[in-house]
Design a protein around this ligand. Structure first.
Ligand SMILES: [Fe+2]
Ligand SMILES: [Fe+2]
Length: 193
């Protein structure tokens, strides 16, 4: 089979479609987190408003770019977008109400996970010579900026460590639930390659 002019196997095509689906859903989850934090920060952490506004605009753009790529890969958004929407909003709101350091812990945890996943995806897509690697590599530049901003401001406390651990488990849980484990199995496979 040929996709975007590149010969791919059916398994590879399925893997690429899953990468797109989970990335698009993840960006949507990030939009919901940053929207909730921005909504609260206007009153509680006004100095974070410029960072949150810019980061939200990046996530909206990433989500749009992944959505626009779906047609070429013959895939559609994940069926459980509501899960990403509600969990993202609750996580964003809860951390914003806990204060500035909790917002930074949440950002560091989310963006850290994103960064690790994108690295694995790029390595796989480069091996199969798929142009989606370039899009992900471009998006990763801004994800690293988000991660570095949060890491530079995060003060390590028991609460921040708990938030980071919780966000890590919750993110993997939503990925598993929304894809019935397919993406988790796929990522284990990518790491073994
Ligand atoms: Fe993003
Ligand atoms: Fe991000």
């Amino acid at each position: 089979m040929r996709l975007l002019g590149v010969a791919v196997t059916l398994t590879t095509q399925k893997t690429i479609a899953r990468i797109l689906k989970v990335n698009h859903a993840g960006e949507y989850g990030a939009i919901r987190i940053y929207r909730a934090q921005l909504w609260t920060a206007r009153w509680l952490q006004p100095d974070l408003v410029p960072f949150l506004t810019e980061t939200l605009s990046h996530e909206i753009d990433h989500c749009r770019r992944f959505r626009e790529s779906m047609g070429a890969y013959k895939t559609r958004p994940c069926h459980a977008m509501w899960l990403w929407s509600t969990r993202g909003w609750v996580l964003g709101l809860a951390t914003a109400l806990m204060g500035r350091n909790a917002v930074m812990a949440c950002t560091a945890a989310v963006e850290g996970k994103v960064h690790r996943h994108l690295d694995e995806q790029i390595a796989f897509l480069m091996r199969v010579n798929d142009p989606l690697a370039d899009l992900i590599a471009d998006i990763r530049i801004q994800e690293i900026e988000h991660l570095e901003f949060a890491r530079a401001r995060l003060k390590e406390t028991t609460l921040s460590r708990l938030i980071e651990a919780f966000v890590g488990i919750a993110t993997e849980g939503v990925i598993w639930l929304s894809t019935q484990g397919a993406v988790t199995r796929m990522e284990r496979g990518l790491r073994r390659l």
